[in-house]
Design a protein around this ligand. Structure first.
Ligand SMILES: Cc1cc2nc3c(=O)[nH]c(=O)nc-3n(C[C@H](O)[C@H](O)[C@H](O)COP(=O)(O)O)c2cc1C
Length: 273
C-alpha cells in the first residue's frame, strides 16, 4: 500500500514527509479517502439491492443539523426514467437524487399541531448541508467496498423534469444526483489546491493566494493539461496552450450559472427569507 507521503504527493503535487507515528496511525480507511477519485465509467455488473441498502444506511448515519434529518434520497430505477436522464449518467448501474427536504417536517408539524415558523434561508442551508453530508457518507462507504461514484449537479439544470418524474413535492429539491457502479477504469487523482490556500491557523490569511495558485496551476499542468475542448467559454476567451485551473474556473464563473434556481425554489415552497 502507498505511504501517506506518496498519497499526499499524488493529491497535491507537493512533497511532505510524515513521521513514522503518523504514517502508522493513517488507517487504510483514511488512505482510501486521500486516494479517492470520481468514477464515471462502470462495468455492467449490477450493484445488489442489499449492498445498496447497506450503503444507504451509511448515508443515513451522517450527522444532521439538530437531528432534524432534513433530506431525502430518491433511487431512480424505472427504465423509462433512466432513459429520460440520458447520457452516461442514465446508464450508470445506480442513479440517485440527494434532496434537501423541508416538506417532511412541515407535514409532521401539522401532524403534531405545531406551526412551522422556519421557512427561511437557514432551513434551506440546513437541508442542503444534511443532504450533502449524507451523500458524502454514502460515497465514503461505497468507495470503501470498491464502488465508484460521481455526484451530478447537472440535475439542477432539469429540476422540473425530476420534479415531475419523481413526484417531488414542494419543499424538496435535489442538491445533486449520484451515479454509482463498479469502476471499469482506474480513474485519476484530481490534484487539489494546496492546503496553504485552504487551511488557516487562527486568522484567515490569503495574502499569498495568487502566488500559491500560480504555482498550483503549473504543477497541475505538468500532470494534466486542460484540452481546448475542456476549456470554458472558448468562444469568448479563446483556446490556450496553457490553461491553468484558475483560468478555467474563473472563466466558468465569469458568466452567471443557474440564474433561475432561486425562482424555482421560491415557486416550490422555499421562501428563503
Ligand atoms: C456537488 C457536486 C456536483 C458535481 N457535478 C458533476 C456533474 O454534473 N458532472 C460530472 O461529471 N462531475 C460532477 N462532479 C464531480 C466533480 O467534477 C469532481 O468531484 C471534481 O472534478 C474533482 O474530481 P474528483 O472527484 O475525481 O477528485 C460534481 C461534484 C460535486 C461535489
Amino acid at each position: 500500500m502507498a505511504t501517506l507521503s506518496e498519497l499526499y504527493k499524488n493529491r497535491f503535487g507537493l512533497d511532505r514527509e510524515f513521521s513514522a507515528e503518523t504514517e502508522e496511525k493513517f488507517t487504510s480507511g483514511a488512505a482510501g479517502i486521500l486516494n479517492r477519485r470520481s468514477h464515471r465509467r462502470y462495468t455492467d455488473e449490477p450493484v445488489s439491492d442489499e449492498l445498496l441498502d447497506a450503503m444507504l444506511a451509511c448515508a443515513q448515519s451522517a450527522p444532521a443539523k439538530s437531528d432534524l434529518q432534513q433530506y431525502s434520497i430518491i433511487v431512480i430505477t424505472d427504465p423509462k426514467s433512466r432513459e429520460a436522464i440520458g447520457g452516461w449518467e442514465g446508464e450508470a448501474p445506480v442513479f440517485m437524487l440527494f434532496c434537501a427536504d423541508m416538506n417532511r417536517i412541515q407535514k409532521l408539524a401539522k401532524h403534531r399541531g405545531h406551526d412551522h415558523q422556519n421557512n427561511n434561508v437557514d432551513t434551506f442551508m440546513n437541508g442542503v448541508v444534511d443532504a450533502a453530508l449524507a451523500m458524502q457518507s454514502f460515497m465514503n462507504a461505497a468507495e470503501s467496498v470498491g464502488l465508484g461514484c460521481c455526484p451530478i449537479s447537472q440535475v439542477r439544470n432539469r429540476l422540473p423534469m425530476f420534479r415531475e418524474m419523481c413526484d417531488i413535492p414542494d419543499g424538496v429539491f435535489p442538491i445533486a444526483g449520484l451515479c454509482v457502479g463498479w469502476p471499469s477504469t482506474q480513474g485519476w487523482i484530481s490534484m487539489r489546491i494546496p492546503p496553504a490556500a485552504v487551511v488557516h491557523r487562527d486568522k484567515y490569511d490569503d495574502s499569498n493566494i495568487e502566488a500559491d495558485i500560480d504555482a498550483y496551476d503549473a504543477r497541475r499542468h505538468e500532470i494534466y493539461q486542460i484540452a481546448p475542448e475542456k476549456q470554458r467559454h472558448v468562444d469568448i476567451y479563446g483556446a490556450l496552450d496553457f490553461c491553468g485551473w484558475s483560468e478555467n474556473v474563473t472563466r466558468q464563473l465569469s458568466l452567471p450559472e443557474r440564474a433561475e434556481f432561486k425562482a424555482y425554489l421560491q415557486a416550490h415552497g422555499y421562501k428563503l427569507d
